[in-house]
Design a protein. Sequence first.
Length: 227
Amino acid sequence: MPTVMITGANRGIGLEFVRQYAAGGWKVLATCRNPFGLGDLARVEGDIEIHGLDVTDPYSITRLAKDLEGVAIDILLNSAGIFGPKGYTFDDVDYHEWMKVFETNVFSPLKICTAFLPNVLKSEQKKMITVSSIMGSIGRNTGGGNYIYKSSKAALNQVMKCLTNDLTDQHIAICVVHPGWVQTDMGGESADITAEVSVAGMLRVVEDLTFESTGRFYNYDGSELPW
């Protein structure tokens, strides 16, 4: 039975990843900051282990990696992310909040990939997937605003591209994927697609990902996006 580890698994896209992977017969290592107030996550059926993980706390990451030492993880899926403050102008940016967004969206995915690299190397599929955003695409940026979120996702994309190059000899397939504009707490009710549609598409992207197609930026529908 293949195993997937998912961060941010208690809500939104992360929760839907848990639902669909569990329904597909996968063993799911679902992580979230508070493993006691689980809500909908506690009601998902399947082979699911729930682990506490604060993705912004290096000690929390290291502790979980120690707890899962020797466990093969076929797919390491960085789903946790935050948008940060909205409504500011270019001359009114909260730099303290900017750093908090970078801690979650940029620093933690790299730390998690580093900490759980031995687990991925023990697996058959050897894949690392990170949920990014088309708002991090410089090639698709035709408007201003949202400096904090856009820059965090652009930085995330660069970090994962660097990691792809550094792990070439390890034959790990890595990609970042845009989930679309999704009807979640972050995306809002007027977003284009449901979490079910988004995650179903991303699962196909992950399934089709090979070492030969590593290091790319994909839309949830499988099309490739410009960096």
